[in-house]
Design a protein around this ligand. Structure first.
Ligand SMILES: NC(=O)c1ccc[n+]([C@@H]2O[C@H](COP(=O)([O-])OP(=O)(O)OC[C@H]3O[C@@H](n4cnc5c(N)ncnc54)[C@H](OP(=O)(O)O)[C@@H]3O)[C@@H](O)[C@H]2O)c1
Length: 221
């Protein structure tokens, strides 16, 4: 199976979306949408903390839209390494020039498009919220925070990543073929086997990196 990890969009199921008058678009469709050009779309919410979300934030803020960036409380996403890579220092990431991403496998570099003005733009122009979407209604978006935050919204852009694209197989076939399958159907003896192996591996790591035994409080996904 070589059908990729980024082929089936993960679309959140937003409560109230049937009464929402704006657009809801996944990053996979963003490039072909008219969100940037459409002057009637001014208030935009971007969901997720990955590189796709960051790219959409950048595009729409540059186009002069009002942008709210919503990242769930526990969220981490893939943004870290990719977006923090300095533009002018050697990094594992090869910086693309404006619209040119230099995917050069021969040089073992990863391609990406990073812009020097990304963080200044976010700091000055983007409203960043930590929380989840509670409701879409008309042209409003409501967050689930304790202040009952809500704001106008003409389009929701989902940089929410991807789902496993293996649902052409029944679960038992996935298991037979040794492909990834949902955790909740894993036989108990298989769970036990992996827990034992992971426990052993953890012990080796903790013996070597003693500091990790009592780490500060952190989120486990
Ligand atoms: N080279 C490039 O220029 C480039 C451009 C785009 C993407 N990429 C790569 O492509 C891969 C996928 O990136 P991606 O940004 O598309 O996806 P991603 O890294 O999987 O990020 C998805 C984000 O959406 C959040 N999310 C998922 N479901 C959500 C929900 N229901 N409500 C709120 N937030 C939700 C996730 O939070 P949690 O993680 O907390 O669940 C995460 O922050 C990465 O390896 C990335 O580096 C590369």
């Amino acid at each position: 199976m070589a059908n990729g990890q980024s082929s089936v969009p993960n679309m959140p199921n937003f409560p109230g979306k049937e009464h929402f008058r704006g657009k809801v678009i996944h990053s996979v469709d963003f490039g072909q949408s008219d969100v940037v050009q459409d002057k009637s779309i001014q208030h935009i919410a971007v969901i997720g903390a990955g590189k796709s979300a960051a790219d959409m934030v950048y595009e729409v803020v540059k186009a002069g839209k009002t942008v709210s960036w919503i990242i769930h409380e526990t969220g981490n996403g893939s943004l870290g390494a990719a977006a923090f890579a300095p533009i002018d220092l050697p990094t594992p990431y090869k910086n693309g020039d404006a619209n040119i991403s230099n995917y050069n496998l021969a040089e073992k570099t990863a391609g990406g498009c990073h812009f020097a003005d990304f963080w200044p733009l976010v700091a000055e122009k983007v409203y960043v919220y930590r929380g989840d979407v509670k409701l879409l209604d008309g042209n409003e978006l409501y967050l689930n925070d304790k202040n009952g935050t809500h704001f106008p919204c003409d389009a929701v852009l989902c940089g929410t990543g991807w789902k496993s694209g293996l649902d052409m197989f029944e679960n038992h076939t996935l298991m037979e073929l040794g492909l990834p399958y949902p955790k909740d159907i894993e036989p108990q003896e298989v769970t036990a086997k992996w827990e034992k192996l992971v426990g052993k591996a953890d012990e080796q790591v903790l013996r070597r990196f003693v500091m990790l035994r009592n780490p500060p409080k952190h989120y486990h996904k």
